[in-house]
Design a protein around this ligand. Structure first.
Ligand code: ZN
Length: 49
């Protein structure tokens, strides 16, 4: 797996990043846990209007 840099990302939907493996999931609602490693995910989306 390539390293994933955290870069500014804006979306109307939420963007969630796994605290375990760093994979990102774009979802309108909190996915709960990472589908890959079952670790918690955090919302990293920046919605500034
Ligand atoms: Zn994960």
């Amino acid at each position: 797996m390539p390293a994933i840099d955290i870069d500014p990302y804006r979306s109307s939907d939420g963007l969630f990043e796994c605290v375990g493996c760093g994979s990102r999931t774009e979802s309108a609602s909190h996915p709960g846990t990472c589908p890959n490693c079952d670790s918690p995910v955090q919302n990293i989306s920046v919605s500034r209007e």
